[in-house]
Structures are given as structure tokens and as C-alpha cells.
Write a protein of this length. Structure first.
Length: 287
């Protein structure tokens, strides 16, 4: 008899819940995205959907009805009725007995969770400490894939050092991004961040930081940053959907901006909050 064992239980294979045979579990064969809401409104919905479509396309998951995905997300958001929430969703290639190649007719699996976010975010007041970690990821970090082992290992190492985030650096000693965030330095009044490319995720927060820089007349420079430059920067901040802009006050034990969230970072935080407010009325609904 072909069978599976789930924890302590033996289950005949033909009775097994297909969720156990998800290629996402076997291979990380799927893509995800994370959006959030502020005060009952989803922020940057279309940006996240566009990135999700890109990720799907890049790993060859085809035939997904994106309109149906939009509707599912909005419906779930309405049902959850949480003002400040995180919306996580993924699509995997589907469920099948473990085999590296796949059947093109496989049915994709969709999964979504909606969970609370704490608002206001207490760590935004004090800022956070970060530390560097070698970037051990694959060469297509522009795809928001479910393969996150190097990210979670780096994050764990950072937490063991009482740091909030691991800042990843490549073989040339240049920073790519955080294990789950975009990374920015403020040097001589300019905001500097890694150029978009296969080495980093096209962060939605980064997109808005760039727009804010333009509006504020701040020079936004897209170039690789060295670890030494980051450790001696005037200010540092992270960008991630769940926290938007988050000041960094320590990098590898080097104190940044007198251990306080810097003034340029605060300007960007305030401008970001204004964008969030101004966009609240133009968000999608079920109708
Ligand atoms: N991660 N870079 C990486 C590697 C990320 O995982 C994330 C976000 C970002 C920031 O992207 P955005 O601004 O679009 O949130 C950059 C999410 C939130 C996660 O994996 O949970």
C-alpha cells in the first residue's frame, strides 16, 4: 500500500489531504506577496498585485485569473474586518507526488491569511539595531519566491545578536537589502539604495520612498553601498510594507545618528504617512 505518515498517523496515499503534497512545501515552488491596510484601507493594492503577477510569470505559473485573486483578497479583507492588518497570500504550482518536474495541467494552490498589525508601531519611536550577514540567496531575488531559507537563517542570526534585521551583503562586500526589507542610507543629505535588479526585491515601499524623495527635492541615488559606508552613514532606514519606514540606530555595533531616528528618516516617515492618508479614498472595493 502506498502511504504517508503525518506526525504519528499512517494514511493511505489516496486518502491524504493534497495540501500535504504541495510543491510549495517540497520545493518552495510558488510565489507570494504581502500587503497591509491602514485604518481599514489596503495600501498600494495595485503595486502588490503587479509584483505578484511578475513573480508568477517569472517562474512560469500561468493561467492564474488575476481578477479573481483581486476579488478573493478584497472579499477576505472585508470578512476579516481588521483596520490595521497584514494580508499574506501565495500561489504554489500545485499538489502532486514529489517529482522535480511538473505536469503542466497541475492545478495551482492559493492560500491567504489576514492577521493583526500593531498600530501605532512601537519600534518606530526608538528605531532598531541591524547587523550584516552574507547574502546566500539565489540569483533571482527580484522574484518573491517561497524559497526563503537564506532569509530566515539570516534573520535568525540577527535576532540571536539582539538585532531586528540582517542586512545582506554580496561577494563584493556591497549591501543588497535586508533579509525582509529594503535598505537605505542617508549620506550628505542624499538617500542611497541598491539599484533594482535581480539581486533585490522590487520593494513597494522603496517605490514610494523614491517618489517622496522627488517630492521633497532629496537626491535619490541608486548605487551599491559598502558595509563601511553604511556603518558611517548619517542615517539609515529600512523599508517594508508591514512597517513602512523604520529608522536604524545601530549597524554592527556602530552607533548611527546618535542612536536616534534621524531627521531625514523622520521627514520620509511623515511624507509616507501623508501618502497613506491621501490614498485611502482611492482603494479598491468589491463593486
Ligand atoms: N518582505 N526585500 C525583501 C527580501 C523582502 O522580503 C521585503 C518584504 C522587502 C520589502 O518589500 P515591500 O516594501 O514591498 O514590503 C524587501 C515581506 C513583507 C515578507 O516577506 O514578509
Amino acid at each position: 500500500m502506498e502511504l504517508a505518515v503525518v506526525q504519528e498517523k499512517i494514511i493511505p496515499l489516496d486518502e491524504l489531504n493534497p495540501a500535504y503534497l504541495d510543491r510549495g512545501t517540497f520545493f518552495g515552488d510558488g510565489v507570494y506577496d504581502v500587503m497591509r491596510s491602514y485604518s481599514g484601507h489596503i495600501f498600494a493594492f495595485d503595486d502588490h498585485i503587479a509584483r505578484f503577477e511578475y513573480s508568477l510569470r517569472e517562474i512560469g505559473i500561468t493561467g492564474v485569473d488575476i481578477e479573481a485573486i483581486r476579488r478573493k483578497i478584497i472579499y477576505a479583507f472585508d470578512q476579516a474586518n481588521i483596520d490595521d492588518c497584514m494580508i499574506y497570500f501565495h500561489i504554489t504550482r500545485g499538489s502532486a507526488l514529489r517529482s522535480h518536474d511538473w505536469d503542466s495541467n497541475i492545478e495551482h494552490n492559493f492560500f491567504l491569511t489576514i492577521t493583526n498589525l500593531i498600530s501605532p508601531d512601537p519600534i518606530k519611536k526608538t528605531g532598531v539595531s541591524v547587523c550584516s550577514h552574507q547574502d546566500l540567496r539565489w540569483k533571482r531575488c527580484d522574484i518573491k519566491s517561497l524559497n526563503l531559507l537564506p532569509n530566515v537563517m539570516a534573520k535568525r542570526k540577527a535576532h540571536e545578536k539582539n538585532c531586528f534585521e540582517a542586512i545582506l551583503f554580496d561577494s563584493d562586500g556591497n549591501i543588497t537589502e535586508g533579509s525582509s526589507s529594503a535598505f537605505f542610507a542617508v549620506i550628505d543629505g542624499c538617500v542611497i539604495t541598491r539599484p533594482l535588479g535581480p539581486e533585490i526585491l522590487s520593494s513597494v515601499t522603496r517605490k514610494y520612498v523614491k517618489l517622496i524623495a522627488r517630492d521633497l527635492g532629496v537626491n535619490f541615488i541608486e548605487r551599491p553601498l559598502t558595509l563601511d559606508e553604511a556603518r558611517s552613514a548619517d542615517e539609515l532606514f529600512l523599508g517594508v510594507t508591514t512597517r513602512d519606514i523604520l529608522g536604524v540606530v545601530e549597524f554592527d555595533s556602530a552607533v548611527i545618528s546618535n542612536a536616534k531616528v534621524g531627521p531625514v528618516t523622520r521627514l520620509f516617515e511623515d511624507a509616507y504617512a501623508k501618502i497613506v492618508k491621501s490614498r485611502s479614498s482611492s482603494l479598491p472595493s468589491l463593486s
